[in-house]
Design a protein around this ligand. Sequence first.
Ligand SMILES: *Cc1c(COP(=O)(O)O)cnc(C)c1O
Length: 306
Amino acid sequence: MFTHTPVDSIDFNGCRVFVKRDDLLHKDFSGNKARKFAYFLHNDFPGITRLVGYGSPVANSLYSMSALAKLKGWKLDFYTDHIAAQVLASSKGNYAAAVENGANVIDLSLVADRKGRGCKEYIEQDVLPNDSKALFVPEGGRCLYAREGVHQLAKEIVNWFASSQLDELTVFLPSGTGTTAVFLNEYFVLNNNNIKVMTCACVGDEDYLNQQFSELINDTSFHPEIISTAKKYHFGKLYKIFYDIWRKVGEQGIEFELLYDPKGWMCVEQYLSEYPDAAIIYIHQGGLLGNETMLPRYQRKYTAVL
Ligand SMILES: *Cc1c(COP(=O)(O)O)cnc(C)c1O
């Protein structure tokens, strides 16, 4: 269960690009976070009754953790720095769907004994020591546990590649913490040298991403190649060029998400303009629930032009 997604292909600027449909893993638990959290799904945790996490209240990881908790019969306590009024009011997107799944989202700005601490510190100092039934997952699933599910994804790509009659393959995916990209590339370095991973930094810059890779795997020979764009883009901000490429790709019949994928496809475009014959498989990492709140933001900002 929760493995073996299909591979489709789309026409992108006259080139064929394969798409690994991890958005189709499962209707309630899909995409990048479902791969990274697979370890928690497939193993038993005797005595655990509660999952504890933190991060942005609009993040895909909140929703995915709520889905995981529901599948495991656990509660979820998710700590966040602040929940904006419009997020609280919305009936759409990751936050609303997570609450619907039973998530308890705690706004740390309203907690009296916070003492200036961030979510991670607060959880490590005040929450976990008092609860032996809690299982803690770092922000965005950035941890070694993610390796299991990401290596499974890598195996599926190796099998597909073996039946594809291609000589070489570039796997492309946009990165946040870089966890998925670095564990994928690790698998290919160890098992199939005709496949390599390329990625781009969506959260923070290329130095930050390299640092994130090193925290998980110190040996840089396992690190993926990072493609950068000429201009800098800030995570979560709206750019007309993002919307335009998102729409162009979507016209090929597959909907992508609006936080990571626009920069991802810009990098693919850049790469293909240099290497038009490259065989690329783009990992669709899910996250479509976030579009329910991102699209209205785009529409409000660019009403005149869209
Ligand atoms: C979390 C997420 C990413 C980033 O994954 P990392 O492993 O943190 O690099 C990319 N795309 C989507 C849709 C995500 O939900």
